[in-house]
Each structure stands twice: as C-alpha cells, then as structure tokens.
Design a protein around this ligand. Structure first.
Ligand SMILES: [Zn+2]
Length: 195
C-alpha cells in the first residue's frame, strides 16, 4: 500500500507534510504560555475530525485555557484507565476545577459494528488472540455506545461516582452539533457536586 499522498501535484507522505507544516508554524511563534490551564477546565471529548479547531472556539477555549482529553466517542469503561488517570493529573497536578464531558451529534462510534471492525483487524494481520484479550471486549465497548447523548450522561455519571475524583469537582455533560456549532447542556455538574 502506498503511503504517498498527492498534495497539489507534489507527492509527499503525511509525515513529510506534518514536518513541513511544523517548520513553517514554528517561525510564527514566540509567545510564552504556561502549562497550567487559564480557565481551569478539563475537557473530555471525541477525536472526531470535525471537532478539530471547531469545538474549542465554540466553547470559548483558546490555547492555554484547558486540558483536553480525546478518544473515540469520548467513551469511558475502565474506572482505572487512561481517561480517569488524565483527569486525576488535570485536577490534582494542573489545577483543573471543573470537568466538561462533551459528546457530539452524528458520532461515528454509534455506527461501528464490532464484528465488522474485528474482521477488518484480522484482514490486516491483527492476531485473533490479541482481539480476544481486549478487556473490555470490542463488543462490550462498542455495545455501550448506542447514542452520543446517552453516552455523555453515562460517562459524566461515571466520572462523578469515581472515588478518585473529588466530590467538589463539578462534572458537566454537554452535546455539540458538529455542523452548527451549537452546544446543549445535558447535565450540570453544579447540582451534583459538593463544595
Ligand atoms: Zn465522535
């Protein structure tokens, strides 16, 4: 399979493209910025391409304002996993005071079929045993995602109930429209948190 892509008649790999763009980008920088978030927000959202450079401005979040955690479908199943660990660091080490779980309409995770995904992995040489060893399984993980809004509500509840997350931290659930940019509140963390 070719890794070359046609960028306006010039054949470059995606890696070349990123490195070339970066060299150009670095020339424009100079402003100092700290790693402590200015708005004290931890944002957990989906990796969807339509959200890049769209969700953050829609929330009034600029560079330096928030800690951003992304995965496929802003899903959370493991109470000790990477998402919770990132939130622990964001809250206890980096000063985040509120958590925003933001799902989005038309999320691709709702359409992914576990059997189809497994078949594609096997066709590309992934060992069946490696897939079978996944915990939670592909079926449980994808099966938990029926609807982006229901997922947000469930994930926000899971974070609030997690013993590693202090009760004083409000955890909000919101849903974003990736076309209009509109955000709807599904559950406010202020009602649930204990100050
Ligand atoms: Zn998504």
């Amino acid at each position: 399979m070719s890794r070359m892509h046609d960028f306006g008649g010039i054949n470059l790999s995606l890696l070349d493209d990123v490195l070339t763009e970066n060299a150009r980008f670095v020339l424009d920088q100079g402003r100092q910025i700290t790693k402590t978030p200015a708005k004290k927000i931890a944002l957990f959202t989906c990796m969807d391409t339509r959200l890049v450079e769209f969700l953050e401005p829609a929330m009034g979040i600029r560079r330096g304002d928030a800690k951003v955690i992304k995965n496929a479908g802003n899903t959370l199943l493991d109470p000790n996993g990477g998402v919770i660990r990132s939130l622990v660091v964001a809250i206890f080490a980096l000063g985040c005071e509120e958590v925003f779980v933001v799902g989005h309409r038309d999320c691709g995770m709702a359409q992914i079929d576990d059997a189809d995904l497994e078949q594609r992995m096997i066709e590309r040489g992934v060992p069946r045993e490696a897939i079978a060893a996944l915990e939670p399984s592909l079926k449980v993980w994808l099966g938990a995602f029926h609807d982006p809004a229901a997922n947000v509500v469930r994930v926000a509840e899971m974070i609030r109930a997690n013993p590693l997350i202090p009760r004083s931290v409000p955890v909000h659930g919101l849903i974003f429209d990736p076309y209009t940019g509109r955000i709807e509140l599904l559950s406010s963390g202020y009602a649930e948190s204990v100050r």
